[in-house]
Design a protein around this ligand. Structure first.
Ligand SMILES: *Cc1c(COP(=O)(O)O)cnc(C)c1O
Length: 465
């Protein structure tokens, strides 16, 4: 009933391919950021005139082109939003067409096995023992961090799954850097622990979680009869790109027995690189890891990944039985994703990564990471040459920069930043580090070139006032 005629399908598919190609080939010709007017966009949506399917297509294409920050643009120096690789886009399109339902293994055995294979491969790369690896693809890092919090709590308080918090006499608390991603706080809210259960640990002058402050806060909590059950190390802080030192945290883990979660949503990608994987040294001893393929492996959103070295904990945390779910694979040695994850109906998220690995190999993806780190180093060097002050120190291609006159001038730096964005040629942001305002730029696109960096420096130069 909703199918189109073959003739019209072909017409629209051709149009689709042409518009894909137009966007892919000429991303760098688009203005990076749109002018923001809610009124204009609302009117665009409601005042449409559509007489054919082709019109509908054109309307949507216009909306997507005109009213979005084009994160795949090589001059988008923003948050960790990559340009999607061809493999990633093709995979997501295939997923939409075939629409495998992965809740139960027997409905989508290929898809479920592909994801299990990828989780194993990544777990091994992170240094986990093959037999102990479990995990799941998630909507994103936020869901992966939530999964980690639930597993950590279930591990420490085994009665939790059936009895809930009221059955736990302890008062559970979580420790992470004050620079940790706010999805940790959201997870505390969702689990019912509450945001106050998250203890922000100070960062040192290197902007990493200060291990002495972590130790002090843990002791304080124990004195207050609280139970520190989870410590989160951020491997690639969203704002500054710094990597918390896991090896230091491990000495405290031995003493206090907390679950150690590594939020490597962004920085986890360097595990593929022979040159940079040592930056994550110690991660092999973590109890769980968050990693986002859609951050730095250049696949479309969202492709979060949760990996744990406790093979039973996900089943213990989320397992249940139903009458209505398919039982075709009963008696087989398989795991139904709905029995060990948060999601129920499940999209084939892993295909984006699988097809990328088939296209480029893990080595190809590693090369793209190494290249972007190199371009990041070039950006840092050019900024210094142009007289900018640099506030963060990290091997990852994230740079926080500014000047003395901006440090306590919120309005000044914001209007400078808006001026830069207003050129339509690039996108950067403002980030506050230890009460000081800085500009932030990040390389997150495998196509960003030295020429693009030179143009950014020039725009910054011209925007000086
Ligand atoms: C992006 C990010 C998250 C959240 O991940 P989403 O995929 O946006 O849900 C969590 N932690 C860190 C360190 C991140 O950079």
């Amino acid at each position: 009933m909703l199918d189109l005629s073959k003739k019209e399908r072909h017409l629209l598919l051709n149009k689709l391919i042409q518009s894909f190609e137009q966007f892919y080939e000429h991303t760098d010709k688009l203005p990076v950021a749109p002018k923001l007017s809610k009124e204009e966009i609302k009117n665009f949506i409601t005042d449409r005139s559509i007489e054919s399917h082709e019109d509908a297509f054109d309307h949507v294409l216009e909306g997507l082109s005109k009213y979005a920050v084009h994160t795949p643009h090589p001059m988008y120096y923003g948050l960790f939003n990559p340009r999607s690789s061809f493999a990633g886009m093709a995979a997501d399109t295939l997923t939409a067409f075939f629409n495998p339902q992965m809740a139960a293994w027997s409905h989508a055995p290929f898809a479920v096995e592909v994801e299990e294979y990828l989780i194993k491969e990544l777990g091994i790369k992170f240094g986990f023992k093959e037999a102990s690896i479990d995990g799941a693809f998630c909507s994103g890092g936020a869901e992966a961090n939530l999964t980690a919090m639930i597993c950590a709590a279930q591990f420490k308080f085994p009665g939790l799954k059936s009895g809930g918090w009221k059955s736990i006499p302890e008062n559970p608390v979580i420790h992470c850097s004050e620079e940790a991603h706010h999805s940790v706080i959201k997870a505390a809210i969702i689990t019912g622990l509450g945001s106050d259960a998250v203890r922000p640990v100070r960062t040192g002058s290197d902007l990493k979680m200060d291990i002495h402050d972590l130790h002090t806060k843990i002791i304080e909590d124990i004195h207050l009869k609280n139970t520190p059950f989870l410590v989160i190390a951020t491997e690639g802080v969203t704002g500054t790109g710094v990597i918390d030192d896991i090896k230091q945290i491990l000495t405290l883990k031995e003493k206090y027995g907390f679950w150690l979660h590594a939020d490597a949503a962004y920085g986890g990608a360097v595990i593929l690189s022979d040159v940079y994987k040592d930056l994550l040294s110690g991660i092999e001893k973590a109890d769980s890891i968050t990693f986002d393929a859609h951050k730095w492996l250049s696949v479309p959103m969202g492709a979060g990944i949760f990996i744990t070295s406790h093979p039973e904990i996900m089943k213990q945390s989320f397992g249940l039985k139903t009458e209505y779910m398919p039982k075709d694979a009963e008696g087989m040695e398989v795991t139904d994703p709905f029995t060990h994850t948060i999601q129920w109906s499940r999209r084939f998220t892993g295909l984006k990564l699988y097809l990328s690995v088939l296209f480029y190999g893990w080595e190809g993806l590693a090369k793209a990471i190494d290249y972007q780190i190199k371009i990041g180093a070039y950006l840092k060097a050019e900024l210094k040459k142009a007289g900018w002050k640099i506030y963060n120190s990290t091997s990852l291609p994230v740079v926080c920069f500014g000047k003395d006159s901006f440090e306590h001038n919120k309005e000044g730096i914001n209007s400078f930043c808006q001026h830069v964005i207003g050129t339509g040629r690039t996108w950067i942001s403002v980030y506050k580090i230890k009460e000081m305002y800085a500009l932030r730029a990040c390389i997150t696109n495998y196509n960003t070139s030295k020429e693009n960096i030179d143009e950014l420096i020039q725009i910054l130069d011209n925007s000086k006032f």
